[in-house]
Write a protein that binds this ligand. Structure first.
Ligand code: HEC
Length: 106
């Protein structure tokens, strides 16, 4: 039964490797393949950088892939953690995250 116990772990690793390869393929040589420590440029980037790097590195965020609804829930959770997100910046931050870090298409 050792084979059966091993199988899910292998699948997970393969899935991650595939994601990494996809990121490299899509990003090309100009972009770091995994979790860059800076937010990719775009509308809403300055507000996101201001709100989301006070407590942890940007890499914690740029490695995530979520839908707009999931990003909104996460930003809400960060606000509960104490993040300073001005009401005026909230939509721009969620839109930026959803546009820049959407769920990977497989
Ligand atoms: C006040 C400090 C603080 C700020 C500012 C902050 N975070 Fe966090 N963040 C945390 C803490 C504490 C954790 C670990 C506990 C948790 O997951 O709630 C965390 C964890 C995370 C994680 C990993 C957890 C997971 O479930 O994936 C992500 C992604 C994240 N933050 C994104 C953001 C984003 C996006 C912003 C900007 C809107 C932000 N954070 C701003 C404190 C903060």
């Amino acid at each position: 039964m050792a084979e059966t116990a091993k199988a899910p772990t292998m699948r997970k690793i393969n899935g991650r490797a595939l994601l990494l390869l996809t990121a490299v393929a899509l990003g090309g040589a100009a972009q770091a393949p995994a979790s860059p420590d800076t937010f990719a440029p775009g509308p809403g980037q300055p507000q996101t950088e201001r709100a989301c790097t006070a407590c942890h590195s940007a890499a914690l965020v740029t490695g995530e892939r979520r839908t707009a609804a999931q990003w909104a829930r996460l930003v809400d959770r960060m606000i509960a953690n104490g993040a300073q997100v001005p009401d005026a910046d909230y939509p721009a931050i969620v839109a930026y995250l959803a546009r820049t870090y959407p769920p990977s298409v497989r």
